[in-house]
Ligand binder design. Structure first.
Ligand code: KG4
Ligand code: ZN
Length: 341
């Protein structure tokens, strides 16, 4: 360790993953521990907030201890503590925030509050050491669909967003309709490989007067209508074709709007972020389109796409360098806006 190195313990508990990581200088991950509650929430077909909070409390100390020991550091080696304080489930966020404040107070360490989506975006810094703003980032997660211009570290401009469902939410709902279970994204991704993306023509929703905005609820309804009308007509449905055709509709809209924004704003670097960024069709289609347009394309490994604390550590580092410090009155903000201090 160099004297100038900045070692951050990062904590993430905004939804159903209890996670802690130790990150050096924003880009080097010394440990990245994730305790997923997916098996628990599967029983209910989605995340149950009360269960999530309770599980975070049970797991958080263990996850932090593991993150420190894997990184071979102690609390005394740290320079700061970073924590997700929004957006997310309030009870879930509070567990991470309270823990981070306790460590910060006990060890007299600076506390840095991190926006969850800024974390997802920053996941791209970890494996792409050359990546620097400005760049365009398409954030597609279970709760968010934002087309973001990263003007500088910590400076974000939202160019487009969903008007209704998030991309991941649409994946999860369609998966449920064809009996695939929760979380649906990875299951649709896998099943689509056996289906024909051109089998059914689902609508590629565009928002009138807002070319960079998204809308996925109409697409979801049209998948449900298709299934119902097949049932009424006594026709058998082919889940793999539904999955592949639905995925095609989502992926083509996301890629088209991202490329359109890159051209409009004269940006030559494009990134993906969030859970849906690990979708194989989205990755390959975006890669192909970026190559055609001479744009550089970046995306995180799947483990850094879904919720994790390493990405929070990366975002916290740049906030820390910019002098952002939270007080012990830091609170969870369930609807925190991006780029807000
Ligand atoms: O980023 P994330 O872990 O949590 C939020 O911040 O929302 O994203 C979870 C979402 C879920 O909706 C899940 O179905 C989706 O990401 N997802 C995928 C894939 N892997 C995860 N969607 C499509 N294809 C995938 N391979
Ligand atoms: Zn997330």
């Amino acid at each position: 360790m160099d004297d100038k190195d900045v070692l951050i313990l990062a904590i993430e508990s905004s939804c159903d993953e209890t996670a802690a990581a130790v990150v050096k200088n924003g880009r080097e991950v010394l440990s990245n521990v994730i305790s997923s509650q997916i098996e628990l929430h599967k029983l209910y077909g989605g995340v149950v907030p009360e269960i999530a909070s309770r599980k975070h409390i049970e797991k958080i100390n263990q996850v932090i201890e593991e993150a420190l020991s894997t990184a071979n550091v102690t609390l005394d080696d740290l320079d700061a503590v970073g924590v997700t304080y929004g957006p997310g489930l309030v009870g879930a966020l509070l567990v991470g925030v309270a823990e981070a404040k306790a460590i910060s107070y006990a060890k007299k360490l600076p506390l840095v509050g991190v926006h969850h989506i800024e974390g997802h975006i920053s996941a791209n810094y970890i494996e792409n050491k050359d990546l620097e703003p400005p760049f365009l980032c398409m954030v597609v997660s279970g709760g968010h669909t934002h087309l973001v211009m990263v003007e500088d570290y910590g400076t974000y401009k939202i160019l487009g967003r969903t008007r209704d469902d998030a991309a991941g939410e649409a994946f999860d709902k369609v998966a449920r309709a064809i009996g695939l279970g929760y979380p649906g994204g990875p299951k649709i991704d896998k099943l689509s490989k056996e289906g024909n993306p051109k089998a059914i023509s689902f609508p590629k929703a565009h928002v009138e007067g807002a070319p960079l905005d998204f809308s996925f609820s109409g697409l979801k309804s049209s998948v449900l209508n298709y299934i119902n009308s097949c049932k009424m007509k006594g026709e058998t449905i082919v889940p793999a074709d539904i999955a592949a055709s639905f995925q095609e509709a989502v992926v083509s809209v996301i890629v088209e709007k991202t490329i359109m924004a890159a051209r409009e704003y004269g940006i030559d670097k494009v990134c993906l972020a969030g859970g849906v960024a690990s979708n194989s069709a989205l990755r390959s289609r975006m890669k192909e389109s970026c190559q055609k347009q001479n744009l550089k394309f970046y995306y995180p490994s799947p483990i850094l796409c879904t919720d994790n604390a390493a990405m929070i550590g990366a975002a916290a580092y740049y906030e820390y360098l910019a002098g952002a410090r939270a007080g012990l009155d830091l609170n969870a903000v369930p609807n925190l806006k991006i780029g807000q201090r």
